[in-house]
Design a binder for this molecule. Structure first.
Ligand SMILES: CC(C)(COP(=O)(O)OP(=O)(O)OC[C@H]1O[C@@H](n2cnc3c(N)ncnc32)[C@H](O)[C@@H]1OP(=O)(O)O)[C@@H](O)C(=O)NCCC(=O)NCCS
Length: 267
């Protein structure tokens, strides 16, 4: 069962000005899919968002709204491209070949296997990667665990897997969650995919995606979505694997509420 998006609106003295879907991302509230109400200006929408949603994230497809927010003090966070693959098209796909073994990810943050898993994950997101993860290992495990236990994006699909090489070392992985909303922002979703940089150009990304496509089709799913940060070359891999762009979205962080002005105590 999917859940329809819950739209809400901000209003100012002249009426509704900004529509959005309230969500939580990594524990921070986000005004997702934000759009200006017809007939209102980007400046009014930015003013209302900054006054009424302090310290929220806001994601919008509207580049004029994003620019107005940044001019008003919001910090640019991410330019994301949402891509979708139609699983009803029965295209030939790769599957994981005999060089690798598929195993499940650990389901506990205390599992000692994480020590072996994190090196390939961290190497795939080096410091110059647009999605570099700067936190320590415990924070990284907690981040991945929120995907594994379903709290962040919905239940994990069985196409989620870790790839071990012939020596049993984890070298790649894919996490597929079933997001509760309707596609393109919901349904089966690649929440993470990586391979050790030493495997670049060997088709590992295509194998992980191909295997996920096959298992999702077997389970009657019709679409597979993902978000990739602009500038990440993985976008070309996705395009080659049957994904096309459906949404381009800018995320900004709205400024915190201003400190109340200091007032001298009255005598
Ligand atoms: C996402 C990711 C796993 C995709 O892996 P990838 O290496 O780009 O994709 P593949 O493993 O399918 O390799 C594709 C390349 O290998 C080549 N290749 C070689 N043998 C191949 C084979 N048997 N099958 C398919 N491609 C093959 C392809 O021609 C292609 O080359 P090109 O990039 O010059 O066109 C990888 O880019 C990655 O780990 N990136 C860092 C982490 C990241 O950004 N994750 C995504 C977050 S949204």
């Amino acid at each position: 069962m999917t859940i329809a998006l819950t739209w809400t609106a901000l209003a100012d003295g002249d009426g509704p000005v900004l529509r959005y879907v309230p969500e939580l991302r990594d524990g921070t509230p986000i005004a997702d899919l934000a759009c200006i109400v017809r007939g209102r200006s980007a400046a009014d929408a930015a003013h209302a968002a900054i006054a009424q949603l302090p310290a929220w994230l806001l994601a919008t497809e509207d580049t004029i709204l994003a620019a107005a927010l940044v001019r008003s003090g919001a910090a640019p966070k991410r330019h994301a491209i949402v891509m979708q693959c139609d699983l009803r098209i029965n295209a030939p796909v790769l599957d994981v070949d005999s060089r690798f073994t598929c195993v499940d990810l650990p389901d506990s943050p205390a599992d000692p296997q994480w020590t072996a898993i994190l090196p390939s994950w961290r190497a795939a997101f080096p410091s110059d990667h647009p999605d570099h993860f700067a936190g320590d290992d415990d924070t990284a495990i907690a981040f991945i665990m929120r995907l594994v236990d379903g709290t962040e994006l919905g239940p994990l699909h069985r196409s989620t897997t870790l790839l071990l090489d012939s020596s049993g070392v984890p070298v790649a992985g894919i996490m597929v969650n079933i997001r509760p909303q309707d596609p393109p922002l919901g349904g089966p979703w690649i929440a993470d995919i990586w391979r050790d940089p030493s495997l670049r150009g060997t088709g590992v990304g295509a194998m992980l995606i191909g295997r996920a496509r096959r298992l999702l089709r077997e389970d009657g799913q019709v679409s597979l979505g993902l978000a990739v940060t602009a500038g990440n070359p993985a976008r070309h891999t996705y395009a080659g694997q049957g994904f096309s762009t459906v949404i381009e979205s800018q995320t900004v962080l709205l400024p915190p509420a201003p400190e109340p002005a200091f007032q001298f105590p009255s005598r």
